[in-house]
Design a protein around this ligand. Structure first.
Ligand code: GLN
Length: 524
């Protein structure tokens, strides 16, 4: 049951093959079995069982709230959840229990979804590996799969799960791992520069970044307000469409959501690819792109061409400036957003209070990790009066050029762009941190950040396993507010590539083999 898609399990619930309470209990059991992956910060067991009980009562009365009724879901711990601790994986917000639900969370609950827990992330969603939060790193479930084990046994004579574990991508690594390790059927992530698509890609699931403005950001603790969107992580494209349809729409509490009625997301059964033009941006042949990712990218382009789609090479000439441009804009908005955490109005308050300045300084030193502090410092530097035009204004202009590149390509008749999501399959943790992990993190986002700067929809679809048996995924990018067309093309690709399901050894045994974890790394 746990490996089914959301649509399939929803049907199973309605047909009475399993009850909401049983399903919830199985998911909770699996959360315990896979605890070593560190996907969850908070497991909301009692609440989940209560919500499942309510769903069960509706089902026995022959009622249903819709496709999400009774379905276990998880939510990234940077979405506010009423009465449930919301930490952003930071000391700054330890013990913060928001008095309200984020709009997207409320919409899921209104549809009868069962909240299993809040998921782990990089502190304040800054990162690409889910290794920089105060609750410790998230581990990639594929590193524990039968497929990966078998490969390691063949190639390196066995493996050591403690030192050999694989990163999950980030920053929504907990949300991706929660879905990929079969503890829930959908999860919410956030996507500012790739944080939904990147971990989805490394965990072999679907990660959707909707068009900016289609979903409310109210209650999503901001990273970069002009780029943040709630992301959707599921096991299939079809499931992502179900969740998107529920979440989309105007919210009076978020003035950046588009006004007016939205069209219902309802993927057509068939797509005639003869009417579709797929663009391949030549600048995305980036240095560091792995041979395997490149060959999967070519294979997918060929599949489209064989099915009658027009496949054309296109140019997005300002791509090369994207990482620098994003870094400046992100730091500037971070510096401004994080100013509220001063120990008085919001967040942790230091006991050092010899002066107000000393209190502010130690509050922010104790509350934030060095990644967050580094971005605040850079952002404040870029925003200094003497630097403002040279950095912030210039980056805004470059952002416009990046967005215009996409607009020109779509105006020329391209329907979707096909690109990689990441440079390669997921790295082992030890390899990832051996290099300068911040540079590596920034490089990881090369294919995803430009889309946030342009506000476009994009989706990550797993297409194959690498020679190490880790997922390789591709990204499809659509025109603004053409999320339905994007998902329709993505579902076609998904159906062609037939990505394998994850298999765990001893999945049905009472206890999965649990590797011991070095808990000293967890600075809680
Ligand atoms: N990796 C990017 C960053 O650290 C993106 C983060 C995100 O999308 N939340 O800024």
């Amino acid at each position: 049951m746990l490996g089914l898609t959301l649509r399939e399990v929803s049907l199973a619930l309605r047909e009475g093959k399993i009850s909401p309470k049983q399903l919830c209990q199985r998911c909770l059991d699996f959360v315990k079995k896979t605890r070593f992956l560190n996907a969850y910060i908070t497991v909301t067991e009692d609440l989940a069982l209560e919500q499942a009980e309510k769903a069960e009562k509706r089902f026995t009365r022959g009622e249903s709230l819709g496709p999400l009724d009774g379905i276990p879901i998880a939510v990234k711990d940077n979405f506010s959840t009423a009465g449930i601790e919301t930490t952003c994986a930071s000391h700054m917000l330890r013990g913060y229990n928001p008095p309200f639900n984020a709009t997207v969370v409320q919409k899921l609950l209104d549809q009868g979804a069962v909240l299993i827990g809040k998921t782990n992330l990089d502190e304040f969603a800054m990162g690409s590996a889910s290794i920089d939060g105060v609750f410790g790193p998230v581990r990639n479930p594929w590193g524990y799969s039968t497929q990966y084990r078998d490969k390691c046994a063949q190639t390196s004579g066995g493996r050591n799960p403690d030192s050999d574990w694989v990163i999950t991508g980030g920053s929504s690594g907990g949300s991706a791992t929660a879905v990929a390790s079969l503890t829930c059927f959908a999860s919410l992530g956030s996507d500012t520069g790739g944080s939904t698509r990147n971990p989805a890609a490394h965990c072999g699931i679907v990660g959707l970044k909707p068009t900016y403005g289609l979903l409310s950001r109210h209650g999503l603790i901001p990273l970069v307000n002009s780029m943040d969107v709630p992301g959707i992580l599921t096991r299939s494209v079809d499931d992502a469409a179900i969740v998107l349809d529920i979440l989309q729409g105007y919210d009076a509490k978020d003035s950046t959501t588009v006004q007016g009625p939205v069209t219902q997301i309802n993927l057509p059964a068939d797509i005639d690819l003869k009417n579709i033009c797929v663009g391949i941006p030549k600048e995305y042949h980036a240095p560091g792109l792995s041979g395997e990712t490149l060959s999967q990218w070519s294979r997918a382009a060929e599949l489209f061409a064989q099915a009658g789609a027009q496949v054309v090479s296109v140019s997005l000439p300002h791509t090369q400036h994207s990482i620098v441009c994003y870094s400046v804009l992100c730091a500037a908005e971070v510096a401004s957003n994080m100013a509220r955490f001063d120990g008085l109005e919001y967040g942790h308050c230091s006991k050092i209070n010899s002066s107000t300045e000393a209190m502010f300084a130690s509050t922010r030193h104790e509350g934030f990790n060095d990644v967050v502090r580094g971005r605040i410092l850079c952002g404040n530097y870029f925003l200094l009066k003497k630097n403002y035009d040279q950095y912030f204004v210039k980056a805004q202009k470059v952002r416009r050029l990046i967005a215009n590149d996409f607009a020109k390509v779509f105006d020329s008749g391209v329907d979707v762009l096909l690109t990689p999501v990441t440079l390669s399959d997921a790295a082992r943790y030890t390899d990832f941190v051996q290099e300068d992990s911040r540079t590596r993190s920034a490089q990881e986002d090369i294919f995803t950040q430009p889309i946030n700067m342009a506000g476009l929809p994009a989706v990550s679809v797993p297409v194959a396993l690498s020679s190490k048996s880790l997922p390789i995924s591709l990204q499809l990018i659509g025109q603004a507010f053409q999320d339905q067309k994007l998902l329709t093309v993505a579902r076609w690709l998904e159906q062609q590539v037939k990505f394998p399901a994850i298999e765990f050894p001893h999945m049905n045994d009472h206890l999965m083999e649990v590797p011991t974890m070095n808990t000293s790394a967890i600075a809680v």
